[in-house]
Design a protein around this ligand. Structure first.
Ligand SMILES: NC(=O)c1ccc[n+]([C@@H]2O[C@H](COP(=O)([O-])OP(=O)(O)OC[C@H]3O[C@@H](n4cnc5c(N)ncnc54)[C@H](OP(=O)(O)O)[C@@H]3O)[C@@H](O)[C@H]2O)c1
Length: 259
């Protein structure tokens, strides 16, 4: 199936890390790509847009940002809908073709001991309930064809938990969610990306000043490495580009799941 000639891409969590890398790759890899990045920080978004506009494939494309904090459980529906509505007002042609969700609040990986259900809710509001809210709302704002996609983020911890985070991971089965959402959203496709360790500010929070933690993570993969954000972005591009992949958990974890 031919790719769209225009691809309007919204990256929620696109100011840094894997989201920003996906926005950069979308501009060079998707025909007629227009990119809007969204996150809670205006400063970071302005920097991200500067980076995107400086790229070699930015000419004649819409590159913009929307500030939106999606971490408040009580207002999340309105907050996500405001992002979608603003995006459709900005994108040429109106509707969105691809939505990537890489927004993350506080990390479950940094929770110690035995997290409470409140900890689980805090860690899950942006990563779990956010994408679910998005999928509940998105169809009206998207081109309703199998060329369109929603790609959400998951991680190896779901399959290889470390002690003490069962409570959090119980709510975090985004790969299962992607399968069910693919059914609900069809023909729009829904996939998750199962990530291993990726060098971003999020991972820096775990490894900064702790080379032994970084070494441990790299050694836990088959390829003995931590991925670059650009490598992780390739998995999101696959989800966007292949109009026959839906309900899939796309692995990008360096073989960590079979070590
Ligand atoms: N890096 C890894 O090793 C790894 C491994 C497994 C899974 N993951 C998952 O991959 C996804 C991307 O992570 P990353 O490593 O790229 O992290 P990152 O660089 O920290 O990016 C997280 C993004 O989320 C945004 N964000 C944070 N709080 C927000 C809020 N309240 N409202 C809206 N946006 C918010 C951040 O922007 P602002 O600060 O500007 O709001 C940023 O754009 C996450 O879901 C993460 O759990 C990452």
């Amino acid at each position: 199936m031919a790719l769209n000639t225009r691809n309007n891409v919204l990256v929620i969590g696109g100011s840094t890390g894997i989201g920003l890398a996906t926005a950069i790759l979308s501009l060079s890899q998707l025909p007629g790509a227009n990119v809007i990045v969204s996150s809670s920080s205006k400063d970071k978004l302005e920097k991200a847009v500067e980076t995107l506009k400086a790229g070699p494939t930015a000419k004649d494309k819409l590159i913009d940002y929307i500030v939106g904090d999606i971490s408040n459980f009580a207002t999340q529906k309105d907050d996500v809908e405001a992002i979608l509505k603003t995006a459709t007002e900005k994108f040429p042609g109106g509707k969105i073709d691809h939505i990537v969700w890489t927004a993350a609040g506080p990390s479950s990986a940094t929770l110690g001991g035995n997290p409470t259900s409140q900890d689980a809710l805090t860690a899950s509001t942006a990563r779990v309930y956010g994408p679910l809210t998005l999928c509940h709302l998105a169809k009206t704002y998207m081109n309703d064809t199998r060329r369109s996609s929603i790609t959400i983020s998951s991680g190896v911890l779901v399959y290889k938990p470390r002690p003490g985070i069962g409570q959090v991971l119980g709510a975090a089965s985004m790969d299962v969610a992607a399968r069910a959402l693919a059914v609900d959203l069809a023909p729009i496709r829904a996939n998750s990306v199962i990530l291993g360790p990726v060098q971003t500010t999020l991972l820096d929070g775990l490894t900064k000043g702790k080379q032994e933690v970084a070494d441990h993570l790299a050694n836990a993969t088959l390829v003995k490495a931590i991925a670059g954000a650009d490598e992780a972005a390739e998995a999101y591009l696959y989800s966007m580009r292949c109009a026959f992949v839906t309900g899939s958990g796309i692995g990008c974890e360096g073989g960590m799941l079979i070590t």
